[in-house]
Design a protein around this ligand. Sequence first.
Ligand code: PA5
Length: 469
Amino acid sequence: MSETNVSLYYKNVMAETIGSEHGITQEQLEQLDKETLPAIVECNRQRQAGQIPYRDLPYKEDYAKDVKAVAKEIQAGCENFVVLGIGGSALGNIALQTALNPYMYNMDEKQRRGPCLFVFDNVDPMQLASFLSWIENKLDKTIFNVISKSGRTAETASQFMAISQLLLDKLGEDGFRKQVVATTDAKEGTLRKIADQSGLRTLEVPDGVGGRFSVLSPVGLLSAEMCGIDIDALLSGAAKMDNTVNKEDFFSNPAAINAAINRHFYNRGKPISVMMPYSYALKDLSDWYRQLWAESLGKTKDLQGNDVFVGPTPVKALGTTDQHSQVQLYREGPNDKLFTFLQVKDFQQEVIIGDAPDVAPELGYLAGQKMSKLLNSEKLATEYALLHDKRPCMTVLFDRIDASAIGQFIYLFEVTTSIAGLLFGINAYDQPAVELGKEATFALMGRPGFEELADKIKPVAQIDEQYVV
Ligand code: PA5
């Protein structure tokens, strides 16, 4: 089977489709070419200088080798694989699983190519209590992959401590060591310390790669490998996209065009970026994208330290589900959004719609038709309706969904984010605003050293009855 392709179609943001009040004229597009070229060159320069090591992940054969070696060691008897992590340490794992394994993977042994997969990216006591009660008699058949670069993230640390206690109580120290894989920094951090002290199996979170850019590293690869996903094809898909998005030619570079169009509309009163896959398999990629876009581009300061308060707001939607929930707003509400559809040409599986009941001849037009035709027709219909109201739309086209295509998509949006960061003039690789909330949690949970902050939080923590209705 030939390698798949992922491409970006952008005619429907142009003035020739939606008019010049909301669309991009040829002149404006040429201007975008001029403005964006230096950002492509700078992104490539930063890569050459080793400043953005995520860009080399598709070629890191050692990581894939390490992942496969660990998978081989833990596969025998592993019926459940549980990821403990949050943000960049979870969203990629979830996205890969939804995209590349069948919908009924966990429920149907026939459709499963590895252990059942569970990803816990929250500390909800109801969710965890239910899971722990189900898993407690299956601990010896369950591998827990705790993923945290720092090891000090309260959510992941607390989940890990709950699981560790259970494992130690039920299986003892040997069992604990056998059932846990820690993915963390190679040298430092809290989880590294614990892993070394307890003799846990470990995999590396690459140096200089932030969580949201780490899915193509051991962070995302171990659960994928365990669940039968072709990680070599995933990486080679990303490498294939690298050959396109490194082109220093605006019109041949989909990441540059994607970033430039997003920034252009942001500056023209369309700060909301809606990603709407018409494929259930692709739905969690919009969740992954939402973090990548929001944490990377939402910044107070530019690179010179000026206040800019910049950042497009990513929104996820799902076709056709959200046609019956959001499209009323999307068409008639403020024209403040750019839409990016994800569309699949060949679903490789089909469902044929059955006959219409005799009493409902009005449903006859559906009878005998392909479900894929209905889904893609609904995408086109929604796009047509949005264009009718002069809403700009782009489409990421997938020939089909396979590991290569998903690798291409991931790399396309990572490099899009890097170029967008350069166009906005901000640092796309830090997330300083996340820290205060993390520290406030430490304070509220009584961590020594955070007493002063705990005092500052008190007025917020006290409910003022005057405002309760
Ligand atoms: O993208 C990021 O850097 C964050 O979302 C982190 O992945 C998240 O906060 C978890 O951090 P850690 O891996 O240190 O537990």
